[in-house]
Design a protein around this ligand. Structure first.
Ligand SMILES: C[S@@+](CC[C@H](N)C(=O)[O-])C[C@H]1O[C@@H](n2cnc3c(N)ncnc32)[C@H](O)[C@@H]1O
Length: 512
């Protein structure tokens, strides 16, 4: 049963353990600078995350960053888990179960350089949206950054009736059942409704595929995403208007792939958008061009435009790391306009330059120097880094000094996450002092690393024993392996591949 404090928010099951790099101050700084906007001039920010869920993101950022980290989530189960992680890491993050309204009444909070909220805006009431804006109005410094993500039009338009069907089914059937059963019942009901071929599915392109995909997703995620009383999908311009009381201007998308027109828009679309002078109106019409469904936006209180040379210098001094094995970088990427072929004559040399020295992070200046013998221009290198970062293969990094300071808390947080991994695979990221954010470390890799820390002579055997104790199957090519020998042989192969391909990057990222 939902409690009274829930204000219609779905609290019957806890949320998932996701990490969102868009909440990272280092990542936000990169997005702002690429877009020519001055970021807060500090590597020790006062930072607040509103509605942190299980708190994986804020814990990673607090451990991997320097500064004062504060956050809230009114679900006490979430806050207890998040505060527990912070205490293990010794990061000093102050994580409470205050509601947004209660955050407004707090007198112990600093003025913030960054306030972030991910997956909140569309799922809370208009009243709570006002509390959030009022919080930013009172607590964000001039020049400070607000990150907000939300479901938006026009991309969501065809699916709103789908969500409504789930919500109505939930309202008019037995709500005493466990949350996962209610979600399953609503999915089944909608599937049967679709089998009757309602005209809605003929006009709402892709809605049947969407239902199929939803069935594969975590029930906890679906409960929070689709079963809340509140569900406010908005246009970009509506959110721009909502931010006015906090003196916030739209500054940039926090999704780097959005920055490069060449991989998002046709020449015709680019030409059309050029006819629109007002930047907010243009951005809104761009959402029509790409059929935007979800926005990740950065607002700044008094955004200052960087001078051209200032932007270039900030970018040249910024450090970047290749966070995946070289082989993982694909030169064909899926974008809203379909599959896009990246120019390998530009992207490959950039990736190779980033991979040298076991993926040690490099300033853009160093990458430019490494490519000096080629004809690749600075603009092309920046564009490549932006697209590579957008796809999660490259990450902007913080300074060496900040990385050094963050190492002890990252080590402690990662050790705690690894220990938790003995029993479940919920948290799939570790904190990197180098990037100031998270790197993905999959279940097997976490177990291999834990075995190495514990000086276990046979990390594959250690992983096999943990998985067996948890009753978990090892899959190979989608099929469960049956015997202990098969399991161990497969884990040995995985371990070899981990050592050869993943360990070098993890070492350079300060997590191994
Ligand atoms: C969809 S989840 C997103 C969680 C997290 N930001 C993430 O992306 O993983 C929304 C979160 O907002 C919290 N929440 C909803 N209403 C709230 C309120 N009025 N005050 C504080 N937290 C709230 C919920 O408990 C939930 O954890």
């Amino acid at each position: 049963m939902s409690e009274q404090w829930s204000e219609g928010y779905f609290t019957d099951v806890a949320y998932t353990y996701g990490y969102y790099r868009e909440l990272s101050p280092v990542f936000q700084r990169f997005c702002l600078v690429v877009n020519g906007i001055a970021p807060p001039d500090t590597e020790q920010p006062a930072y607040c995350e509103l509605g942190f869920g299980q708190g994986v993101s804020i814990n990673i950022h607090a451990a991997a960053g320097s500064g004062k980290f504060v956050g809230n989530d009114f679900n006490p189960e979430h806050a207890a888990y998040a505060a527990g992680l912070a205490s293990k890491a010794g990061s000093g993050a102050l994580l409470t179960d205050d509601s947004f309204e209660q955050m407004l009444g707090r007198t112990d909070l600093p003025q913030f350089d960054y306030i972030g909220l991910h997956g909140i805006w569309s799922w809370v009431s208009k009243e709570n949206q006002k509390f959030i804006v009022e919080f930013a109005q009172r607590k964000l410094k001039p020049g400070g950054v607000l990150y907000v993500s939300y479901n938006c039009f026009p991309g969501w338009a065809p699916y709103i009736p789908l969500r409504q069907a789930f919500a109505l089914h939930d309202r008019h059937t037995d709500r005493s059942k466990p949350a996962a059963d209610r979600v399953n019942a609503a999915l089944e009901f909608t599937e049967k409704m679709f089998a009757a071929k309602p005209r809605y599915i003929q006009t709402a392109a892709g809605v049947q595929d969407r239902l199929v995909k939803l069935k594969e997703q975590s029930r906890n995620y679906l409960a929070h995403e689709y079963f809340n009383r509140e569900w406010n999908t908005m246009y970009f311009t509506d959110v721009v208007d909502a931010m006015v009381p906090a003196k916030l201007n739209y500054a940039a998308s926090c999704n780097p792939v959005d920055f490069v027109d060449a991989v998002n828009l046709t020449a015709e679309q680019v030409d059309f958008l050029k006819t629109i002078d007002n930047p907010v109106f243009r951005e809104q019409i761009r959402d029509y061009m790409v059929n935007q469904q979800f926005r990740k936006d950065l607002y700044v209180r008094g955004a200052r435009k960087l001078k051209r040379g200032e932007r270039t210098d900030l970018l040249l001094d910024m450090r970047f790391a290749l966070v995946v094995p070289v082989e993982s970088v694909a030169y064909k990427v899926k974008m809203s306009m379909g599959e896009v072929q990246l120019r390998e004559d530009i992207y490959k040399p950039v990736v190779e330059a980033l991979a040298t020295g076991n993926h040690q992070p490099k300033t853009l200046r160093q990458i430019v120097t490494a490519l000096a013998a080629t004809t690749i221009s600075l603009d092309a290198i920046v564009q490549a880094v932006v697209v590579l970062a957008g796809n999660g293969w490259v990450s902007p990094c913080q300074s060496e000094a900040a990385a050094k300071a963050a190492k002890p808390a990252c080590d402690k947080l990662n050790a705690e996450i690894a220990e938790q991994n003995l029993y479940s695979a919920e948290v799939a990221v570790w904190a990197s002092p180098v990037t100031g954010g998270a790197v993905t470390v999959q279940r097997f890799s976490q177990l291999f690393m834990l075995a190495r820390w514990r000086k276990h002579t046979d990390p594959a055997l250690f992983a096999a024993e943990v998985l067996r104790a948890n009753g978990e199957m090892v899959l190979k090519d989608g099929k469960a392996l049956q015997t202990a020998e098969e399991n161990l042989a497969h884990l040995r192969e995985q371990y070899e591949s981990f050592v050869a391909k993943h360990l070098p990057a993890l070492k350079s990222l300060g997590v191994a």
